[in-house]
Each structure stands twice: as structure tokens, then as C-alpha cells.
Design a protein around this ligand. Structure first.
Ligand SMILES: [Zn+2]
Ligand SMILES: [Zn+2]
Length: 352
């Protein structure tokens, strides 16, 4: 990277002060750090930014003596600062705001209209809220000072005029900002949120013009809690759902919520957790989707119901007679052994 490219990376020219360079670097780190920016290429951009910063630091610290120490130091400073969380600063041309996404939108990606507003220092009056006229201040008649009586009028003190700040010129409220010194700028952008953004990720939206100002939007993602789905720290999407215990035993079909809509699942009484391949949360931003895990919780009636009890008695009776008839099955085998054991006990009792 040459010096011209390095300055270009920062949008600065060689006349920029060290402070400007440092402030710009911090701002870019805050925007592009991969921990905060989910956009593709954020990591690559971060490398370029640090490379440019190192190059310019070395140049400015005086690389004429070929001192390795200076270079090593600044390189270390650059990388450690890049990993630290940059302080929350909001320079005029960067607007940071939060955007809440539903879990489905985060999984599938979405396009949103993002609107808001921010205050901008008035350019016409440089934030002072007033402009200076060519005519003399009416309070001090252009003298810049007013006389005030002191010591019961025996002496006069001269004080700077408050209305003109002592320069003797008349002020009028700034028309551009109605005398407020700042203006409210509204913005509205269509933003594409890629699939796989997580809570705390930041998305940088390239600069656009608003009035006489260019702003970058930094969108910080928040994920809304979902009634069905939870996202593990390890990125696995899960759902826990109650199912009718008898339907579970009978291997019936149930409706299961998935990020793409409801799906049918055939219950299996040997399984409580079901895996939906490739229907979970993306493994990375714009990455392939992971698995979705559904855990079913079989629920049985908690209150006795005479009709259900009668049906259960019937069910037990019919299944027991079938099972007992088959001695190769565990239940049939068991009953067979129980019978033999019982009769041997009776024989022993008779013998004694
Ligand atoms: Zn005055
Ligand atoms: Zn103004």
C-alpha cells in the first residue's frame, strides 16, 4: 500500500492533522470491525484500514531513521485498539441506530425501510443560531461597550455589550435554523439485511447525501424474542412444543412451526427430539442454514375423566391379552415366568 492509497482509505489528504487521522481511524474501526459488522468483506476492509493506519503512523513518526521500534509500536497499538471495543462516538457524518428484526427475518434475510432523523449543526451560522449584520449594534450603538452606574452613580464602569459580544455589530436570528443553531435532518433508506445477522451485529450502510451533508448509517441489530423459537449461543435454533401424549404414543402427525411456516411431523414414541436438516439458523452471515431442533413434551391428562378411564381400561385389556398370548415378546415371556414362579411357590407351601 502506498501513501496515496493509505490517505484515500481514510478519505483524507496529507494536510490532515494527526488528531484527524486518529479520529477517522477510530471511526472506521467502529464501523468495520467484524465483531460489529456482519457485512461480507468487513474483515478485509478492517485489514486495509489497519494497514493504511500503520503506514501513515510510520510515515508521520519519521521512518527516516529506519527505527524498527517505532514501526513495531504503532503496529501493536493499531491491532490492540482494533480489537478493543471502540468508544461510542458519533461524528457528524455517521449515524448509529438500532434496528429490531424478528427471528424469522434474521434467518431468512429481509429488506426494510429504515427511517429516522438526526440533528445537524447549521452551516449558515456554524451552530451559533444568529448571523452578524453590517450595521451597528442597537444596544451599544456600535461601541461594543455599555456604561453601568456603580457606587450610587458616582462612578461609571464600562462593560462589554452582551448583545453583540463587544464587537459592536448588530445580530439577527439565523433564518436557516430559526435561531436554533441546528437543524433536524430526516432520512429514509431501503436496507437489505442479509440472512444470518445476530444480536449485536452491525451493518454499515454506505453514505448518502442528506441536504448538504453525507451520512453513513450504522445499524445495530437487535433480535426480537420469538414465541416459539430460541437461538442457542452456539447458533442452534430450537423449539420446545407440548404434544398430546396419546398422539405421541400412537405415532400421529402434528403441525410444527418452522421459520418457513408450519410443517407436518410424524411423532415417534421412541423420540423426543426431532431434527430438521438445513431449516435452522445460518451458520454465518449469508452462510448455509444449520439444523432446527424440535423437542416434543408429551402431555397426558392431569384430571381423571370417566370416559377416558373406561377407554384406557379397554385398551389395556385388549393389548394385554394380545401380548400375553405371544411368549416371544417381553410381556408374554414375563407373564409366563410369573405364572411358573407363583405355582412353584404354592407347591413349596404344600410340601411344608
Ligand atoms: Zn452591542
Ligand atoms: Zn443557523
Amino acid at each position: 500500500m502506498d501513501t496515496e492509497e493509505a490517505y484515500k482509505e481514510f478519505g483524507l489528504d496529507p494536510s490532515a492533522s494527526d488528531e484527524q487521522l486518529k479520529a477517522t481511524w477510530r471511526r472506521l474501526v467502529a464501523t468495520w470491525h467484524p465483531d460489529r459488522n456482519g457485512a461480507a468483506g468487513a474483515g478485509r476492509r478492517m485489514q486495509l484500514i489497519n494497514k493504511a493506519y500503520q503506514h501513515l503512523r510510520q510515515l508521520r513518526d519519521g521512518n527516516g531513521d529506519g527505527s524498527d521500534d517505532a514501526g513495531g509500536e504503532s503496529a501493536e497499538a493499531a491491532s490492540s485498539a482494533a480489537c478493543a471495543t471502540p468508544e461510542a462516538e458519533t461524528p457528524g457524518n455517521r449515524h448509529v441506530r438500532k434496528v429490531r428484526l424478528s427471528l424469522e427475518d434474521a434467518i431468512l434475510g429481509c429488506t426494510r425501510s429504515v427511517r429516522g432523523h438526526f440533528t445537524q449543526t447549521c452551516n449558515d451560522c456554524v451552530g451559533k443560531g444568529q448571523r452578524v449584520l453590517a450595521k451597528a449594534c442597537s444596544t451599544c450603538r456600535g461601541n461594543g461597550a455599555v456604561r453601568k452606574a456603580a457606587l450610587f452613580g458616582w462612578l461609571w464602569n464600562s462593560e462589554a455589550c452582551e448583545d453583540c459580544g463587544g464587537d459592536g455589530r448588530q445580530r439577527a436570528p439565523c433564518d436557516a435554523c430559526d435561531g436554533n443553531g441546528e437543524r433536524l435532518v430526516a432520512y429514509r433508506r431501503r436496507v437489505r439485511f442479509p440472512a444470518g445477522l445476530r444480536e449485536g451485529n452491525a451493518l454499515s450502510v454506505p453514505a448518502s447525501r442528506h441536504g448538504d451533508m453525507e451520512i453513513d448509517l450504522e445499524l445495530q441489530v437487535e433480535i426480537e424474542p420469538h414465541p416459539f423459537f430460541t437461538l442457542d449461543d452456539d447458533g442452534v435454533l430450537r423449539c420446545e412444543m407440548p404434544v398430546n401424549g396419546y398422539a405421541w404414543m400412537a405415532g400421529r402427525w402434528v403441525d410444527v412451526p418452522t421459520p418457513d411456516g408450519a410443517q407436518q411431523l410424524r411423532l415417534n414414541r421412541d423420540a423426543l427430539v426431532y431434527r430438521f436438516r438445513g431449516q435452522g439458523f445460518p451458520s454465518a452471515v449469508r452462510g448455509p442454514r444449520g439444523d432446527y431442533h424440535v423437542k416434543v413434551v408429551p402431555v397426558f391428562p392431569t384430571q381423571e375423566d370417566p370416559v377416558q378411564e373406561a377407554l384406557l381400561d379397554q385398551l389395556i385389556a385388549s393389548s394385554t391379552s394380545t401380548a400375553e398370548a405371544d411368549h416371544s415378546q417381553p410381556l408374554g415371556q414375563w407373564q409366563h415366568q410369573m405364572k411358573r414362579w407363583n405355582s412353584s411357590k404354592k407347591e413349596q407351601a404344600r410340601d411344608h
